[in-house]
Design a protein around this ligand. Structure first.
Ligand code: SF4
Length: 361
């Protein structure tokens, strides 16, 4: 039987309770951070639902990284007079039942909020151990290594943004080489605005989707010049308005360029690994879903480490195809290790899959 919280008084809802009940009723006011409800508008840009529609937002952390953002109309009754009549006509029995249902929702929600993956701390520490050498491509060619550390702060930030725009669908060494060519050529807002599209294309080739990236870089740079005095925005919502900038990049830009951890940056490596380790309550379909799932339970102090740690682990050990489970310290506590080992060693008897990892290498 579900217990009712001693602090719960039917009819008196705190902001959080209101939001949870609202979410349980199918509303959009779930406990999510500012970036979690992002949708693409018809122009292909990321934005909050209702952004630009003039709908008021009731947020208790507006402008704060990771703050909740709930549409006011999601919280407010949509048909207040009818609800009021309904309440007046309701019997004391139904009122009590409603109160119990709300309490049950809250109780279940509070239980769910405590969910965390089995063995995740041990798995996390094992990954840290496997990553302690820091010799993955991301360690020496990732976005933190692509900008000129002697440049003016706004130039460094611009270079961070550009390296991340180039990095999507592109291997680190290709992005790194393109950034080097751009920097050698002079990589500032002014130099890119003066540069011919053809020259820019030649400099960034062969990064993935280089033709589209030429267009996005030019458009974004013009916006930075006009609206941000040549600097880059310092908020997720503003970064996501820039052409060619998605949530994964925006959170990394916030961290590297502004030293502000606004969320977990989830790319395909992180997305794949959290599903293999079952670090989400249910399988996630894309990196954005994975980000929301991770941020629900992962301690905030680990957010800034997650991308670096898991990307390198995905590049060296937990590969997209044929992960190196035999040599992985997590092989005995990874939910998918056995399946992977069977796929990569179809001839091995089940008992041999339990041998210490060193003997499998
Ligand atoms: S055991 Fe295999 S699937 Fe699991 S984390 Fe290690 S490499 Fe990845």
């Amino acid at each position: 039987m579900t217990s009712i919280s001693p602090y719960f008084t039917p009819g008196v809802l705190t902001r959080n309770m209101s939001r949870r009940v609202c979410a349980a009723a199918g509303g959009r006011g779930r406990d999510r951070d500012r970036g979690s409800n992002l949708v693409k508008n018809p122009g292909g840009r990321w934005q909050q639902p209702g952004e630009g529609s003039g709908r008021p937002v009731c947020s208790d952390a507006a402008g704060q990284p990771g703050g909740d953002s709930v549409q006011a109309e999601d919280c407010a009754p949509t048909n207040a007079p009818r609800q009021k009549r309904g309440r007046l006509q309701a019997s004391s029995k139904s009122t009590k039942a409603t109160g119990q249902a709300q309490a049950a929702v809250l109780s279940a929600d509070e239980t769910n909020s405590k969910w965390e993956p089995k063995d995740w701390r041990e798995q996390w520490n094992n990954i840290r151990e496997m990553r302690k050498v820091r010799d993955a491509p991301v360690d020496h060619m990732g976005a933190e290594q692509c900008f000129d550390k002697t440049a003016a702060p706004e130039v460094m930030r611009y270079q961070v943004l550009l390296s991340l725009m180039l990095s999507s669908q592109t291997r680190d060494h290709v992005t790194f080489a393109a950034m080097k060519k751009l920097r050698d050529h002079g990589l500032t807002v002014e130099s890119i605005l003066k540069m011919e599209d053809k020259t820019l294309g030649e400099l960034i080739y062969p990064v993935g989707f280089w033709r589209s990236k030429v267009k996005y870089i030019k458009q974004t740079t013009a916006i930075l010049k006009e609206q941000y005095s040549g600097d880059i925005p310092n908020s997720i919502s503003e970064l996501l308005k820039l052409p060619g900038v998605g949530p994964k990049m925006a959170h990394l830009v916030m961290k590297i360029a502004w030293n502000n951890v606004s969320g977990i940056s989830v790319d395909t490596h992180v997305h794949r690994i959290i599903n293999r380790l079952k670090w989400a309550k249910k399988e996630t379909k894309n990196p954005e879903e994975s980000r929301r799932a991770l941020e629900e339970w992962m301690p905030r102090e680990l957010w800034s480490e997650t991308n670096w740690l898991l990307v390198g682990f995905g590049q060296q050990m937990c590969l997209p195809v044929n992960p190196r489970c035999a040599g992985c310290l997590n092989r005995d506590i990874c939910p998918t290790a056995k399946n992977n080992l069977r796929k990569t060693n179809p001839g091995l008897p089940p008992s041999s899959l339990r041998q210490p990892c060193q003997q499998q290498q």
